[in-house]
Design a protein around this ligand. Structure first.
Ligand SMILES: C[S@@+](CC[C@H](N)C(=O)[O-])C[C@H]1O[C@@H](n2cnc3c(N)ncnc32)[C@H](O)[C@@H]1O
Length: 264
């Protein structure tokens, strides 16, 4: 297995219990559906869909929706959600860098805090645009490097192994200049917006505990350092410091970037 393949195998474990966060990221889903102007006539692909929060929200508007994600546990949950909500969404387990769809199959391709985790940004973007019709809309929500989730991922990155050659940090997808450069020869009418998610919690430690016991990278990092209290304490203290900058009125404020563009 190549280092990039190993990274993706590890990502499946990191995200495997992200279902516990679906009601949290689900709060941002209507914003992306609205921003992408999804309507009942559209064929929509939600990339790195997790348990389907954006896909299912889009399907409620009458659009015909497909969801795609790397992690088997999340696709299983997405299918259960689809059945429970009586929404007919087609979910596939696959890698955004190798989408199993025909060229120009969709009117809209979206991703919420998702495609940013594919190691090779231009490969992921190339695939998302390949399956999009000419003049179709690509729209995504991403975490900017200079705000809370950016610092959260940076801290986690410092305590984990270095990225393999060819992989780029996910939060570069939250930088307006870099996103513009990546899209510039492939799409036009680029529009940016910002929005925020609120995570409730009574203290900085309370919020950190939610990240540790919920899902994703911090949970895995804490498991990894369970027999190294010095490293674990250092990690926790850096995370607490980062949370404290964005903690107010018993919640953590998590601002994010939204990008929309039209395929040339
Ligand atoms: C933060 S979660 C977001 C999930 C969902 N979009 C949401 O808003 O709840 C990141 C997602 O990216 C998926 N992912 C990571 N790397 C991927 C890849 N190479 N191809 C497809 N999905 C990937 C993970 O499995 C996970 O579901």
């Amino acid at each position: 297995m190549t280092p990039l393949e190993q990274m993706k195998e590890k990502a499946k474990t990191v995200w495997s219990d992200f279902a516990s966060m679906e009601n949290f990221t689900g709060m941002a889903a209507p914003q992306l559906v609205k921003f992408a102007n999804i309507n009942a006539n559209d064929r929509v692909l939600d990339v790195a869909c997790g348990t389907g929060v954006v896909a299912l929200t889009a399907a409620r508007s009458g659009a015909s929706v497909t969801g795609a994600d790397l992690t088997p546990e999340l696709i299983k949950r997405a299918k259960e959600n689809s059945k429970a909500f009586e929404l007919d969404v087609d979910f596939h387990e696959c890698d955004v860098e190798y989408l199993p769809f025909e060229d120009a199959s969709f009117d809209v391709v979206v991703s919420q805090f998702g495609h940013m985790f594919a190691p090779r940004p231009l490969v992921a973007l190339g695939e998302m645009l390949r399956v999009l019709k000419p003049k179709g809309t690509i729209a995504f929500s991403t975490w900017p490097p200079e705000l809370f989730m950016g610092s959260f991922f940076r801290i986690n990155g410092r305590y984990g192994p270095p990225l393999p050659e060819g992989a780029e940090p996910p939060v570069l997808w939250g930088n307006v200049d870099i996103v513009t450069r990546r899209l510039s020869s492939l799409a036009d009418n680029i529009v940016f917006d910002r929005n925020k998610l609120i995570m409730p919690g009574l203290s900085v430690q309370h919020i950190r505990n939610d990240f540790e016991t919920g899902a994703g990278p911090l949970k895995r990092m804490v498991e990894k350092f369970s027999d190294d209290p010095t490293k674990l304490n250092a990690l926790r203290s850096e995370i607490d410091s980062s949370i404290s900058h964005y903690f107010e009125n018993n919640h953590l404020r998590m601002d994010y970037l939204m990008t929309k563009a039209q395929k040339i």
